[in-house]
Design a protein around this ligand. Structure first.
Ligand code: SF4
Length: 443
């Protein structure tokens, strides 16, 4: 049997798409390879949001050359968010460049008959209807919408993924109920802008409430949010739905109103701060993260200082800080990239230092508390998990069997130390009258 391997770059949406690619490839007779070396078909699901992600795909060139010299039948496919310019350049590196939205037709492109071809035809090319091969048995990505209507000037997503399309609420609920009946513990609702989800009378807050009513022991997470669409109704829904986790990624992108305007982000910093205030009033335990770009064209030192002020004021739990890079097709491509790389590095470092302090300060509040953690992996006697507030927790275990049994479970963990990027914990489990002590992981 021929084997496939998928290399995924970028966001959770891409990872979710890769789960649907896996379904199609297995339907047409491929089997998953444990690594690229053993594969007859390699799919690269790429991201074009930053130049660094594109460079990583270029970086595969020598690897593919070597693999092809060892396996003459090896086929390579490029998919995901691929810019027109890059399509031309990547044509030499890949045998096929296929659109993810045409996923139901991939079997024809690969010249392999598909037993489910009629089923896929009925889906009118709506690739989100394809049932994914979920990567774990406890946490699942459920895209609720795709595309974006916002056209931030630094971003290529609306040109690549197209306008916003929401999945039907009925379809989403069917998928979530099915996952919960299989004992899934964490549901990630995904979309480029989940806040603008709409299916008839069902908007995003109503969708959250409906999912929250499904019986079962599980958490609901969602991403991404746009501050302009974050309504009071949504804050209320988050506060009332006990299964919705106390974690929110609220991308600010810049702390300066002028820069926000040039980014085509239609809100002001005053609006953003007020929004955070309302969220914190209703959900005091909320853990807040953000996305921010430093060195956007024309960003002066004074304008950057406004982002510094914002970071100090909000005291984020986490932030994804990006150095601006030009993206062909995005509107800002036409603006002069006039902040030097060294200056972008400097600004990146300043925000990281503030973040380290605020994140540590927030994490210290967990010390001595016993909190619920969903264990998501274990390796070399260490378990990793996430709190409801999306903090990473690290535990060292002495019992391998127990350690693997914990993966996919909610476990009460006592937090005994805090770092800027995570927590350390200890746990005592009584099992068949045997108390097993898991030791603190020392670094
Ligand atoms: Fe890109 Fe802006 Fe849409 Fe996010 S909201 S996907 S940054 S255009």
């Amino acid at each position: 049997m021929e084997k496939y391997y998928i290399i995924t770059f970028g966001c959770q949406m891409n990872r979710s798409d890769s789960e649907r690619i896996a379904t199609i490839l297995e339907d047409i007779g491929y089997e998953k390879a444990s690594n690229a070396n053993g594969a007859d078909l390699i799919v690269v699901n790429m991201c074009s949001v930053r130049q660094s992600a594109v460079d990583r795909v270029y970086g595969l060139y020598s690897k593919f050359k070597k693999l092809k010299s060892g396996n003459k039948n090896l086929k390579t496919i490029l998919t995901g968010c691929v810019l027109k310019e890059d399509k031309r350049k990547f044509a030499k590196l890949f045998d096929l460049i296929l659109d993810i939205k045409d996923l139901s037709k991939w079997s024809q492109k690969l010249n392999v008959p598909c037993s489910n071809i009629y089923r896929y035809k009925e889906q009118n090319n709506d690739y989100l209807k394809i049932k994914p091969k979920y990567q774990t048995l406890f946490s699942a990505y459920v895209p609720i919408m795709t595309g974006c209507n916002n056209f931030c000037t630094f971003c290529v997503v609306p040109y690549l993924r197209g306008q916003e399309i929401s999945r039907s609420a009925e379809e989403i609920l069917f998928e979530v109920k099915n996952l919960i009946s299989q004992n899934y513990k964490e549901i990630w609702l995904l979309g480029q802008n989940v806040n603008s989800y709409k299916d008839g009378k069902i908007n995003f807050p109503k969708l959250l409430k409906t999912i929250n009513e499904i019986k079962g022991d599980f958490w609901i997470r969602f991403t991404s949010s746009h501050p302009k669409d974050f309504s009071d109704e949504l804050i209320d829904a988050m506060a009332k739905c006990e299964k919705v986790t106390e974690y929110l990624n609220l991308p600010v992108q810049s702390g300066d109103n002028e820069v926000l305007k040039r980014m085509n982000r239609p809100y002001t910093i005053e609006h953003y701060k007020n929004l955070v205030k309302k969220i914190r009033e209703k959900i005091p335990e909320i853990s807040l993260s953000t996305d921010v770009i430093v060195g956007f064209p024309g960003e002066t030192r004074e304008q950057f200082e406004n982002t510094v002020k914002l970071f100090k004021k909000i005291k984020y739990n986490m932030a994804y800080i990006a150095k601006y890079s030009k993206r062909p097709q995005a509107k800002a491509f036409l603006l002069e990239d006039d902040v030097s790389y060294q200056e972008k590095e400097r600004r990146h470092k300043i925000l990281t230092e503030i973040l380290k302090k605020t994140a540590l300060e927030k994490n210290k509040k967990y010390i001595e508390k016993e909190i619920e953690v969903l264990i998501n992996s274990s390796k070399d006697n260490i378990c990793f998990g996430k709190t409801k507030t999306y903090k990473t927790v690290k535990l060292q275990t002495t019992n391998y069997k127990l350690q693997t049994n914990l993966v996919g479970q909610f476990v009460k963990i006592k937090i005994i130390d805090a770092l800027p990027w995570g927590l350390k914990g200890s746990i005592e489990i009584k099992k068949e009258a045997l108390a097993l002590k898991l030791k603190l992981f020392e670094t």
